[in-house]
Design a protein around this ligand. Sequence first.
Ligand code: PMP
Ligand code: GLU
Length: 409
Amino acid sequence: MHVNSSIARMKESATLAVSARAAALKAEGVDVVGFGVGEPDFDTPVAIKEAAIRAIQSGRTKYEATPGTVEARKAIAAKLQGENGIPVQWQQVSITCGAKHAVAMSLQLLLEPGRGDEVILPTPAWVSYKPLIELAGGRCVEVAGGIQHGYRVTAEQVEAAMTPRTVAILLNSPSNPCGIAYPADELRAIAEVIAAHPGVAVLSDEIYEKLIYPEVTPGLAHWSPGSDPRLADRTITVNGLSKAYAMTGWRLGYVASPANGGAWMKEFIKLQGQQTNNVSSFAMPAIVEALANGAAEVERMRQSFAARAILVHRRLQSMPRLSTVPSNGAFYSFPDVSRCMGLSTPRGRRIDGAQSFAEALLDEHAVAVVPGEDFGECARRNIRISFACSEAQIEKGLSRLGEFVTSLR
Ligand code: PMP
Ligand code: GLU
């Protein structure tokens, strides 16, 4: 049977592949420490669960409007206006099957296959962006943020990457996999460059917005490009409940844009209506509950992640052959393991890239990390550690990692 060639060429998600491999080893009884998938270890706050349970028991089990209920869309629009300063009306909001599908559909809508459309992607970047850009018919233009600059790209680099074919830039602060948030003034400098290129749209993935650690970088705060008056009407803001509210399995993301006077989101909703229609009906009151009353729970989890970020950096810093940037956002650390290249494990496995490093670490020390290759060309010698797990697991996994790197010869 035929397989579409673009899909055949596409790589599978490395993050999901690592988590599947770690789960399979666990099922075989191996004591694996899972630093693979980026998923909070906390449970969804009780009040949010109860809102959904009440909804399902009262019969909220039928189709809803494709973009979600008016009440849930109004709650999201109010959040985006009030917290982020983004001028969107509730009609310009749609609730999607995870932020992932919001990104996928946004790219499909923005890009014209066969026209040579380019999307600027600051890297290292989340594994799904490049395949989704390419699937939508675009060309991914990677702009590398080096470790020397804390994995952040500069406004000058963005300017240099602009061409007449640039259709969009994809921003993700705080960043997966780098575990860093851009200082607002650096993002504003990038916004300044984009403002000078009127044909360029901004796709801003703000899924880790709530996970920022001024405990690590004093004064650090989130800033949304869609709040810049010069960019507002060409910015698509993507966010969701997965990370902030520990709701990954619920598959709840959202997207909002005032572009084309609201007409852009009408087209988005038309596409969504043909692809998935609405997300689960009984999730709608849970979204309203999360946004209205979830702040204290979010803050409690944020504080735990901040403490873990500090612990992880302290432990990694003391290890030989690794270089890191302190994590001040999301729940990732992205050490550079270049100095392990060319060495071998005591069992004779040679390390020649992040992939072989991660494989040897899993097979010989039962620690799952994601190899850097799929996060960008510049990330071939990095590994991603997701510290969305208990401090005891972090201590155990990092002790094993330390033994592993020290044992290489
Ligand atoms: N964007 C980024 C940067 C992510 O790390 C993830 C991880 N799942 C997503 C989007 C998608 O999140 P979800 O589909 O669970 O909302
Ligand atoms: N975004 C998370 C990660 O990077 C979840 C898995 C995925 O969807 O990629 O691990």
